[in-house]
Design a binder for this molecule. Structure first.
Ligand SMILES: O=C(O)CCC(=O)C(=O)O
Ligand SMILES: [Fe+2]
Length: 219
């Protein structure tokens, strides 16, 4: 396995506020009606030949009944994304069941059944620094990284306030109904007033074990 998660709910980038991103989130969720509900991401080691099967990041009961996105992930290209280094593929329009299918039967095709042209629906080429916002219900998956360097794709995860209703101190794999308390107060203090409001469910005064694990991305 050469495709891994960067770590559940770890904020690693105290980055300056991303200007337009705030506007897009407002357009998606309405003013002040969304929260940061986690962070993480994935990386793909150099020389990974397989595709990650298509999947949805959110299929919790009830999410398919919502005309609006309950959760949106913001991925950041930390290096240029090219055809070669494992850009994510994403299938437009798959965030809601289509035709007669009920939510239970609305599932992405297996690897062998996936239409060939869907493998080309990748986010590339994109320059480093690009932010990709996607509805977490939309089917997507990683692609081969044929380059000589790992491809990192960190993220921040934002949920509508009607979906994410509180915080949890556990780091369980959670459908963003409860935000993990994973942002140290020292980082929260560096955010703008708006950023602090948006991150109010993830901030904690508890001691957090954070940093880069030994052997991270070593294969
Ligand atoms: O690594 C990728 O390109 C896709 C990862 C993924 O499924 C995700 O970020 O949820
Ligand atoms: Fe995913």
């Amino acid at each position: 396995m050469f495709r891994r998660t960067i770590g559940s709910a770890t904020f690693f980038a105290p980055a300056k506020p991303l200007g337009p991103q705030k506007e897009y989130e407002r357009q998606i969720f309405d003013e002040s009606s969304y929260v940061c509900a986690g962070a993480g991401g994935d990386f793909v080691l150099a020389g990974t030949g397989e595709y990650q099967p298509l999947h949805s990041d959110l299929n919790f009961p009830g999410c398919q009944d919502q005309p609006e996105a309950p959760v949106v992930t913001l991925n950041v290209a930390v290096e240029d994304l090219t055809w070669e280094n494992g850009p994510t593929r994403i299938i437009p329009g798959t965030q809601m069941p289509a035709g007669e299918l009920t939510p239970e039967r609305w599932e992405p095709p297996s690897e062998v059944a996936e239409p060939e042209n869907w493998r080309l629906l990748t986010f590339c080429p994109l320059p480093a620094g690009t932010a990709i916002l996607r509805d977490n219900r939309t089917w997507h998956g990683g692609t081969p990284n044929l380059s000589k360097k790992p491809r990192y794709l960190p993220n921040c995860e934002f949920a509508a306030s009607w979906w994410c209703r509180g915080s949890t101190s556990t780091l369980w794999r959670n459908p963003w109904v409860l935000a993990p308390s994973c942002m140290p107060r020292s980082l929260h203090n560096q955010l703008s007033v708006h950023g602090q409001q948006v991150c109010s469910l993830v901030v904690t005064d508890d001691e957090l074990d954070f940093g880069v694990r030994d052997g991270f991305a070593a294969g």
